[in-house]
Design a protein around this ligand. Structure first.
Ligand code: BTN
Length: 319
C-alpha cells in the first residue's frame, strides 16, 4: 500500500491530491490514508497536508526502503523481487542464501549498511550506513561458463551509463570492472558464479557505489571518491538505483540476444586503460605491457615490448 501511495503522490507532483481520491484509488478508508502518509513522513518524505486540498509530495527522502525502490520500478520490470535490509553482513551472502532457496532471475538485495562487505580478491569493501549503494543482483542466464565474466563488463557499462545520466559527470571504466571519476574509484563490481560442470546456474553481481560519503578512511583517501564529492551535491540513492536497474535490464537483454559483440564497443568507449602502458598484477606474476583492447570474450589484451600479445583473464591493472 505504501508503494501505491508514494506512486500516486509522485505521479501528481506539483499538485494536491485529495485524501478522498487516494482512498478511492486504494480502496481503503481516509484514516488509513492518513496513516500511510504519516509512515511516509517518518521515513523522511516531505508531504504537505492542507485541509480541503489534500496531500502534496514536496521532497523525497534519501532513506532507502523496499517501497522506495518498488514504487519507482515499472510493473513489467525484470526486477520483481526486491529485498531491502537496513544492515547485513554482505548482500552477496544474503543473495547466495536466496539462490540456494531457488530465487528467480531479477531478484535484488539492497542494504543500507554492510558489516562484512567484500571486494575482489578477498579484499574488504568499506560499506558505511546511509551513504552508499550496496546491492546484489541475481540472474540465471543461459550462457557458457567461459562467458560468465562478460556479465561484469555488461554491468560496468550499465552502471557507468546510469551514473552519467544522473550526475552528468565523466565516467570511465578500468578493466575489468572499476568505475572511475577523475582517476579515483567510485564503484566496484564483484561477480560470483554458481555453476554445474557444464552450465551456469546463477550469477550474483555485487555492485558497491560510493554515493554520498564526504570522507574516506586514510588508506582509501588517495584512491577512492564518492559521487557527491565529485558533483558537489548529494545524489538520491533510490533514483540512481532505478537508473542502474533500467540500464542493466536492456543491456542484459541485448547481451543475451545479440551476444558480447553488442556490449564490446559500449565498454571500449568508456575504457580508460586502452592505449596506455599498464602494470598487470596477477596471482602468479607482475606483467608490464600496452593495453591494446579486449577480445570478443571480454579478455584484456596486453602487448609486451617484443610485440607479443598476451591475454589477461584476471588481474589488477595499474597505470
Ligand atoms: C571490488 O573489489 O572492486 C568489488 C567491490 C564489490 C562491492 C559490492 S557492495 C555490494 C556487494 N556486497 C558485497 O559484499 N560486495 C559487493
Amino acid at each position: 500500500m505504501l508503494v501505491r501511495v508514494l506512486q500516486l503522490l509522485r505521479d501528481n507532483q506539483h499538485q494536491f491530491l485529495s485524501g478522498e481520491k487516494i482512498s478511492e484509488e486504494l480502496g481503503c478508508s481516509r484514516t488509513m490514508v492518513w496513516k500511510y502518509i504519516e509512515s511516509l513522513r517518518k521515513e523522511g518524505n516531505e508531504i504537505l497536508a492542507v485541509s480541503n486540498k489534500g496531500y502534496q509530495l514536496i521532497g523525497e527522502t534519501d532513506q532507502l526502503s523496499e517501497h522506495e525502490i518498488k514504487s519507482r520500478l515499472m510493473e513489467d520490470s525484470l526486477f520483481k523481487h526486491v529485498h531491502f535490509k537496513d544492515n547485513v553482513d554482505s548482500t552477496q551472502i544474503v543473495a547466495q542464501r536466496l539462490v540456494n532457496e531457488g530465487a528467480h532471475t531479477g531478484t535484488i538485495v539492497i542494504a543500507n549498511e554492510q558489516t562484512l562487505g567484500r571486494g575482489r580478491l578477498g579484499r574488504e569493501w568499506f560499506s558505511p550506513p546511509d551513504t552508499g549503494i550496496w546491492m546484489s543482483i541475481i540472474v540465471r542466464p543461459e550462457i557458457e561458463l567461459r562467458e560468465a565474466p562478460q556479465l561484469t563488463l555488461v554491468t560496468a557499462v550499465a552502471v557507468a551509463r546510469a551514473i552519467s545520466n544522473v550526475t552528468d559527470l565523466e565516467v570511465g571504466i578500468k578493466w575489468p570492472n572499476d568505475i572511475l571519476i577523475n582517476g579515483k574509484k567510485v564503484v566496484g563490481i564483484l561477480t560470483e558464479m554458481q555453476a554445474d560442470p557444464d552450465r551456469v546456474n546463477s550469477v550474483i553481481i555485487g555492485i558497491g557505489i560510493n554515493t554520498n560519503q564526504e570522507k574516506f578512511p586514510n588508506e582509501l583517501k588517495k584512491i577512492a571518491t564518492s559521487l557527491s564529492m565529485e558533483k558537489g551535491k548529494k545524489i538520491n540513492r533510490a533514483e540512481l538505483i532505478i537508473q542502474i536497474l533500467k540500464e542493466f535490464e536492456w543491456l542484459y537483454d541485448a547481451y543475451l540476444t545479440m551476444g558480447f559483440q553488442f556490449i564490446k564497443p559500449l565498454w571500449e568507449a568508456r575504457a580508460v586503460s586502452i592505449g596506455k602502458r599498464v602494470k598487470a598484477v596477477t596471482t602468479k606474476e607482475v606483467f608490464y605491457g600496452m593495453a591494446i583492447g579486449i577480445d570478443d570474450q571480454g579478455v584484456l589484451l596486453l602487448e609486451d615490448d617484443d610485440g607479443k600479445i598476451h591475454p589477461v583473464y584476471s588481474a589488477d591493472i595499474n597505470h
